[in-house]
Design a protein around this ligand. Sequence first.
Ligand SMILES: Cc1cc2nc3c(=O)[nH]c(=O)nc-3n(C[C@H](O)[C@H](O)[C@H](O)COP(=O)(O)O)c2cc1C
Ligand SMILES: CCCCC(=O)C(=O)O
Length: 376
Amino acid sequence: MKLNVEDYRRAARAVLPRFVFDYVDGAAERGDCLQRNRDGLDRLTILPRVLRDTTRLDTRIEVFGETWRRPFAIAPMGFNGLTRPQGDVLLARAAAAAGVPFVLSTASNARIEAVVQPSSALNWFQLYVMRERSIAEQMVRRARRAGYRALVLTVDVPVSGYRERDVRNGFKMPFRPSPATLVNLAMRPRWLLRFIAHGMPSFVNLAEEEGSDTLKLQAALLSREMDRSLSWESVDWLRRLWDGPLLLKGVLHPDDARQARAHGVDGLIVSNHGGRQLDGAIATIGALEAVLDAVEGRLPVFVDSGFRSGLDVAKALALGARGVFLGRPLLYGLAVDGEAGAAAVLELIAGELERTMILAGARHIAELERGLLRAA
Ligand SMILES: Cc1cc2nc3c(=O)[nH]c(=O)nc-3n(C[C@H](O)[C@H](O)[C@H](O)COP(=O)(O)O)c2cc1C
Ligand SMILES: CCCCC(=O)C(=O)O
């Protein structure tokens, strides 16, 4: 029986080859940041209100003129095809059915054009800018043509975080599995059969750049060789390329939040990349308040990293976040049962959020406010 995200995590560990589970589940260096995200959330408690008629409950929010059925979304994740063939499409479908956004990663294994869910107005695209800037430019154009609504520029990967589990597993391109990895693969026959049937997933969007050395680019993307010259001027450059909502993902410092506003950014995602980048980084729930104060309500501020339940989501919203992005929980669901598994995780978290709201006496999202929070 899978009653919570941790149950899905354990089930995912049982079905995925170790190198895949480690890539999904892993974090940078000692895993301090990963743990700090959890500690920050666990230290917040709810001071509930009672005797409020909660027979009518509303979890919808408005973002950039569109309605999300739930105040959360699926975070951009690269290499989703490794967890399940067509993983990007399966996640996008689960999100569309649940009425929440799906953010397609630059490092997706499905084409930008193939993932758009026409039934949903909530297709978003995440951009990594690699040294070959023309790739980013081309992808932004394609995303606009394909109907993506918002563009998320990820700014916390100027260099790859040091993921020790990936290094130990030899997880890089070209992939040279160690004997231990091969033995472990033989113990995951269902995953292996699917993998053989579909072939090694690749970063398909790179292949469309004419005359480029695709293999080299793929390896560069997997090792996250980004353009480290990225700066606020680059944000201006992107602002000119993209006329829809533009968000920065990976902002933690209030001064950067202010800068973002000055450069015409439309929204922020307070994120430490799920603890996968700077191991010393502040917990996102701890960074959130100062960022909110810095933007003075002029931009929607979202948050991610370490959110594992509807209760966690409720805490961030009570602090003032507009919404929460969820990463690994969706991949655990996807690993276990494909689209249905991802849908089940979204439903699980929605159910927890509703129960939390009822028990806290909040009838709609605006009633999740700071007065309901106390430090434990
Ligand atoms: C397997 C995996 C791949 C990721 N790939 C990307 C990516 O391609 N682009 C990006 O902006 N963030 C990426 N992230 C970070 C997520 O968008 C998000 O910030 C993080 O997963 C949130 O933390 P959580 O997994 O604890 O919910 C990735 C995260 C994971 C777990
Ligand atoms: C595989 C490309 C980048 C994925 C990423 O951003 C991450 O692993 O956190």
